[in-house]
Design a protein. Structure first.
Length: 189
């Protein structure tokens, strides 16, 4: 699932990053198409390896559909090819991947907010730039503030986004994308 979701993430930020390259008309299309090509090759190879790891058995593959890499990395006694240390290594890889995605999302969001503020679509203080690094300081502070507020809501207002039989953090996650999509679709009507 992680591969499938991340396959299409990031292409929309090419316009925001175009101003940081000397020849955006040439470099951005090359970067986007190269990324798409590399991702396609990686996903085809990863899919083949996973299916081969389950001996081309649909029944075995669907039984481990929740976490196929962990099933393949499990000890041989559990039907895998690795051991406990391989599963621990995979857990570390997933943790580092989550961290990389969080950093990428924060950078992408700060660049988008900066561009909108610079064009006066949202409040101008969000377009403040760091004197030292020339990075979008106002937008970055806003993103950090929004993340802290979200964490505080999750910790102290657990009934806000209640969904029966689920932990509050999951309910907060489930409501977040849905409300953002509904706001977007409402604004485009």
């Amino acid at each position: 699932m992680l591969y499938g979701v991340l396959m299409f993430v990031g292409f929309e930020t090419a316009a925001n990053l175009a101003e940081e390259t000397p020849n955006p008309g040439r470099h951005i299309p090359i970067a986007v198409m190269a990324t798409a090509g590399i991702a396609t090759a990686f996903y085809v190879l990863a899919t083949y390896v996973e299916v081969a790891g389950f001996h081309y058995s649909l029944k075995t593959l669907t039984a481990a559909a929740g976490a196929p890499l962990f099933a393949l990395g499990a000890p041989a006694s559990a039907g895998g090819y690795g051991g406990t240390w391989v599963d621990r290594l995979l857990e570390l890889v997933v943790l580092l991947d989550m961290l990389a995605v969080a950093i990428g999302c924060a950078v992408s969001a700060s660049r988008g907010i900066f561009a909108m503020a610079r064009d006066r679509r949202i409040p101008a203080p969000l377009a403040i730039v760091s004197r030292r690094h020339s990075s979008p300081l106002g937008a970055t502070v806003f993103i950090i503030g929004a993340a802290v507020v979200t964490l505080l809501i999750n910790q102290f207002w657990t009934g806000l986004f209640a969904l029966p039989s689920t932990p509050h953090y999951f309910a907060l996650f489930a409501w977040g994308p849905r409300s953002a999509v509904s706001r977007w679709s409402w604004s485009t009507c």
